[in-house]
Design a binder for this molecule. Structure first.
Ligand code: GLY
Length: 575
């Protein structure tokens, strides 16, 4: 997307929304519909072609969907370093075909044990600008390596070292800079310049490297080599020592104890029913599953729509309700009570749906209390899907949060650290990178406030759809707080509008997250739709396209049909 468009022209993230809109409309043509991939024996979608190809090779060598997903994720960590990696964390849903069951693994980053609720505030109680976004203090304890090792330990068939090997080779040999790499490196150039190791690896003489430049990561290859021998080395061995030393020297909070005590957690997926489909996604600390099921429950109680205007209005209305509840109630359920059962119940949807009126927008205050905020955007994070010949599937989303994470690399290791601490509500009503807020009611504490060892609230929504307990669709996306609404629309495009995978993934998107009180629309949304929504009372803002989604669906004859988002550089590869 947007060949040659430099986000650097916008200055800092979201500083100039108006200029952003003008540039977005000028520079982002309608995303072309990607090629549809059809296959019989297995399929992998990933945000970079080299990673998807590695996944398919693993399937061909006798690996199952989990082997392929783990190999693809390690490869993404090398060739899409700005989006996800071993310095971050994520979530995975696994469909185990023999038992027809879905399992959810949480390998989200954790707040360091020394973290405090006020760690991003100054003595006056004011938020210190960018403290949760740039540098070592922004990083949570990484979970990716433990997560991928746990997935493999439970379900993998091929030797662990074999699934890590392609990433080691890629880190040694290097990958060529793409336009997407340049886009995000331009946005983060000033932060990367401040860290000597990050600048050496990801920039050239302090500048964003030209297209095609080879990015070699020999230190990362060495780290991955150690992980291939023993994944515990990340948490207890020399790698853990290097991370803790760097943190102590630079004023960060992650210590050996944070790493030694990190554990991925198996959780029960959140599932809802939509027509004949069972839709399952990630539970807290992701908000994805709760919000997705909530929106689907509301959506099916609304009257069928015959125009795109009505469809857009009702979509926006259900999004508003889900995101208002997200701001108030969602957080790490190991630390705060999250009313999951209520929020995802049909009964709750029946109560709330009565608030939605035809052809009339509701102001933010009418849905729940809040304060005005500003929004910044980022599409980082990486999603991949795998289906194998036995019908097992993995939907995996992982991230280092913003582009190039915290912009710091742990010396000698090549590990680019996340800035996931920004996903906490660092203060009431304080918008994070994605503009989402946490709100308090009646002196209650912030559901998504910081606490030692707590996991920050996420929007990552790896999703698996079943029909009669059999695999029907595997999907997910990048895109920060817009992930959930992207997954919602992708699913509805297929099951309501009857679109094939390629059409569904390229279809124009809208997004409403309650705060700010704005209906965001992609540049490809036709002007008459936009005008109509404005007439119905929405504040509409056209921004650059968002999300980096992909899906695989199982056709009636058992073939697999897949596609990756034309907004990104990903592909669907079949076998
Ligand atoms: N870091 C974005 C998310 O987890 O939602």
């Amino acid at each position: 997307m947007g060949q040659g468009f430099s986000l650097g022209k916008l200055g800092q993230w979201g500083r100039s929304p108006l200029l952003g809109i003008v540039l977005a409309v000028t520079f982002f043509p309608a995303p072309p519909t990607p090629a549809q991939t059809i296959s019989q024996r297995g399929m992998v979608t990933a945000a970079q072609p080299a990673a998807a190809r590695v996944g398919i090779e693993i399937l061909k060598k006798g690996g199952n969907a989990v082997d392929a997903a783990v190999a693809t994720a390690f490869m993404i960590s090398v060739v899409e370093p700005y989006a996800a990696g071993i310095g971050g964390g994520g979530f995975a849903l696994v469909y185990h075909a023999p038992s027809q069951t879905i399992h959810a693994l949480d390998f989200r980053e954790r707040a360091p044990l020394q973290a405090t609720p006020t760690m991003y505030l100054n003595e006056k109680g004011e938020v210190v600008p960018r403290a949760s976004l740039d540098g070592v203090l922004a990083a949570g304890t990484p979970g990716t390596v433990a997560g991928l090792a746990t997935l493999h330990q439970h379900y993998g068939q091929l030797p662990w070292s074999q699934v890590v090997a392609p990433a080691i080779q890629a880190a040694q040999q290097g990958f060529a800079v793409t336009s997407r790499y340049r886009q995000w490196a331009t946005m983060r150039q000033s932060v990367l310049q401040q860290d000597a190791t990050a600048a050496r690896i990801f920039l050239r003489y302090g500048q964003v490297p030209p297209l095609g430049t080879l990015i070699r990561q020999p230190e990362l290859a060495k780290t991955l080599g150690a992980i291939a021998r023993d994944p515990k080395s990340f948490y207890e061995g020399w790698i853990a020592g290097a991370i803790a030393d760097f943190m102590a020297k630079q004023g960060g909070k992650i210590r050996q104890e944070d790493l030694r005590t990190y554990t991925p957690l198996w959780r029960s997926p959140i599932c809802g029913t939509y027509r004949v489909f069972q839709v399952c996604s990630m539970p807290p600390p992701s908000s994805g599953g709760v919000a997705l099921v909530q929106m689907l429950n509301l959506w099916q109680l609304l009257p069928p729509t015959s125009t795109p205007y009505d469809r857009g209005h009702y979509l926006a209305a259900v999004m508003q309700i889900a995101y208002a509840d997200r701001a108030r109630y969602l957080g790490d359920s190991d630390f705060v009570p999250v009313p999951v059962t209520t929020l995802t119940s049909r009964r709750y949807a029946q109560q709330r749906v009565t608030e939605i009126l035809p052809r009339r927008a509701r102001a933010q205050e009418a849905v729940a209390p809040a304060t005005p905020i500003q929004l910044a955007e980022s599409d980082n994070t990486s999603h991949l899907n795998v289906v194998d010949a036995q019908g097992n599937a993995v939907s995996l989303t992982f991230t280092i949060n913003g582009p190039f994470g915290a912009g710091v690399v742990v010396p000698q290791t090549g590990i680019l650290l996340n800035n996931e601490m920004d996903d906490f509500a660092i203060a009431p009503n304080q918008p994070n990178l994605f503009g989402v807020v946490g709100i308090q009611a009646n002196n209650s504490s912030l559901a998504n406030g910081i606490a030692p060892g707590k996991r920050p609230l996420s929007s990552m929504s790896p999703t698996i759809v079943l029909r009669d307990n059999r695999l029907h669709m595997v999907l997910g996306s990048a895109g920060g707080s817009r992930i959930i609404t992207t997954v919602l629309q992708l699913f509805l495009n297929v099951v309501d509008l009857g679109q094939d995978a390629a059409t569904a993934v390229s279809h124009p998107r809208i997004h409403h997250q309650w705060a700010p009180d704005t209906l965001f629309v992609e540049p490809t949304i036709p002007r008459p739709w936009l005008k109509t929504w404005q007439q119905w009372g929405y504040r509409v803002e056209q921004t650059r396209p968002w999300g980096n989604a992909s899906l695989i669906r199982v056709l009636d004859q058992g073939q697999l049909e897949g596609a990756a988002d034309p907004r990104g550089e990903g592909v669907a590869v079949g076998w």
